[in-house]
Design a protein around this ligand. Structure first.
Ligand code: SF4
Length: 486
């Protein structure tokens, strides 16, 4: 995305558009050295764990292919598998609600909470509840919603959305978290992670005992047995789903898988891609409310199946495989753009490559710019455990938005000129030589970083790029001649 196109799309009210906010925040974050150091450290430890985790598989590529097949089968027969799931849950005394959009999903849960006199809700980590902004809807009714995943709890205390789909507080170090907890929880805490965690636990325990309703997501919904499958590491998921008298699971319709046995591949692949673990600490299956004679579990079990634009994506055969995503976060972790601009810059719950593909599809052309937030290096595609061709989908989105007339006049002209030059080698060479000469003259006059400098965004924050005297084509020719002579 060019800055020109972002500014051309400025709203007439003067409020920055999503594209302008992205450019502004990306410039700030990529120059924030503390942020970059925190992300570098976290990504390094993820990379090492991920590599080790993949080596545990006899054949990692075969596991990826199997996961791709499972998800393809599920998504291609979504209608059948979702109905099968509903039938099984209903037979066990659970209730399944089909929500067309965020409004319907929130209305169902809020109405249920009000009818049952709920005052406190505990939540385990769920990106879909973030997507539909459920906590805001509950809080508007005076119902307190506690995030109980530690990372989610930290960002909730900071009044921020999650930074990352797997590790919501990845952007913070222990000092920042210590400061936050001293201010919000107990003034005498040190920065020791064990002490900080214990303080959060003390606070959240009270919330668990007070809550009348627990809200979870679902990593998978298993059609043949009619159960939701949860992968968690902190134990908060089990407390959320078993302690309060009502359990509501909120999940996207695409999370369905055909068979229980599919989890044998999907669970370890998800854990490996998400955190590098062989399997998460808690793997839980829940298929209904507590039954007569059972010692624990909720009295009521509800599953809210959220569409919110997913059916539209399902109808688009070319893009449909985006629904295969199992939200492992691996594509975010490897993405050079995500690593530099950070999760909040995307301005949506789903960041990184999958967010850049999914958000324009779910939220429309205001987020078209995200399709350009990629170098198209393909690293995301190479790590995706369900083999989604992410960088191709980014290209498809770009194409579709240009066809729909989203590209601005300047951008269209620029690409027309580029296309004309690419088809005429003499024009390309002449243009390149002229551009190099103009830039060299500009820099010789000391105008680096000035408004005349087309590289000013780069040159203002980094050492200027030394301009080569010869083009790559000329150097390549020379190299070839050298090789022919020798
Ligand atoms: S697109 Fe693939 S790599 Fe990215 S979060 Fe989804 S499953 Fe993981």
């Amino acid at each position: 995305m060019s800055p020109a196109s972002a500014s051309a799309s400025a709203s007439s009210s003067g409020t920055p558009t999503a594209a302008q906010r992205f450019l502004r925040d990306a410039a700030v974050k990529s120059a924030d050295l503390v942020h970059r150091e925190i992300i570098r450290k976290n990504m390094e430890s993820y990379d090492a764990a991920h590599l080790k985790g993949r080596a545990r598989f006899q054949d990692w590529e075969a596991a990826r292919r199997r996961c791709q097949e499972i998800k393809r089968e599920a998504v291609n027969h979504l209608d059948r598998y979702l109905l099968q799931f509903e039938e099984k849950v209903t037979a066990r005394g659970g209730r399944v609600f089909w929500a067309e959009d965020a409004g319907q999903a929130c209305a169902y849960i809020c109405d249920l909470a009000q009818r049952r006199g709920v005052k406190t809700v505990v939540k385990s980590k769920s990106m879909v509840t973030e997507e539909i902004e459920l906590s805001h809807a509950l809080e508007k009714l005076g119902i307190k919603a506690w995030e109980t995943d530690l990372g989610e709890y930290i960002v909730q205390l900071r009044h921020e959305p999650p930074y990352h789909i797997v590790t919501p507080a990845m952007h913070l170090n222990r000092t920042q978290i210590g400061d936050l907890f001293r201010q919000e929880l107990e003034p005498n805490l040190s920065d020791d992670p064990v002490e900080l965690m214990a303080a959060a636990r003390r606070k959240l325990r009270q919330a668990f005992f007070a809550a009348e309703m627990g809200i979870s997501g679902a990593n998978f919904i298993v059609a043949d047995v009619g159960a939701i499958a949860l992968s968690t590491n902190e134990g908060n998921g089990r407390l959320t789903t078993s302690l309060p008298r009502i359990h509501v699971a909120v999940t996207g319709i695409e999370k369905v898988i055909p068979r229980l046995e599919d989890l044998a591949t999907l669970w370890p692949v998800l854990a490996t891609s998400g955190t590098g673990q062989p399997i998460t600490t808690y793997s839980t299956l829940i298929g209904g409310p507590r039954r007569p004679g059972e010692a624990d579990g909720p009295e009521e079990f509800h599953v809210v199946l959220v569409d919110n634009g997913r059916s539209r994506l399902l109808a688009n055969v070319e893009e449909r495989e985006v629904l295969h995503c199992i939200r492992c976060g691996a594509c975010l972790n490897i993405c050079p753009v995500y690593r530099h601009v950070g999760g909040h810059t995307y301005g949506t719950i789903y960041g990184g490559p999958i967010g850049s593909v999914l958000t324009p599809q779910l939220r429309g052309k205001d987020f078209a710019h995200l399709s350009s937030a990629s170098s198209l290096c393909g690293a995301c595609t190479s790590v995706c455990p369900v083999r989604i061709n992410l960088h191709h989908h980014l290209l498809h989105n770009r194409r579709d938005f240009v066809k729909a007339g989203s590209a601005k006049f300047g951008e269209r002209m620029m690409f027309r000129m580029w296309s004309a030059a690419m088809r005429r080698p003499w024009l390309y060479s002449a243009g390149g030589a002229l551009a190099r000469l103009a830039l060299r003259t500009l820099y010789a006059l000391g105008l680096t970083g000035s408004p005349l400098d087309p590289m000013r965004a780069w040159n203002r924050q980094r050492a200027p790029v030394p301009l080569p005297r010869k083009s790559f084509r000329a150097l390549w020719e020379k190299q070839k001649q050298k090789e022919t002579r020798s």
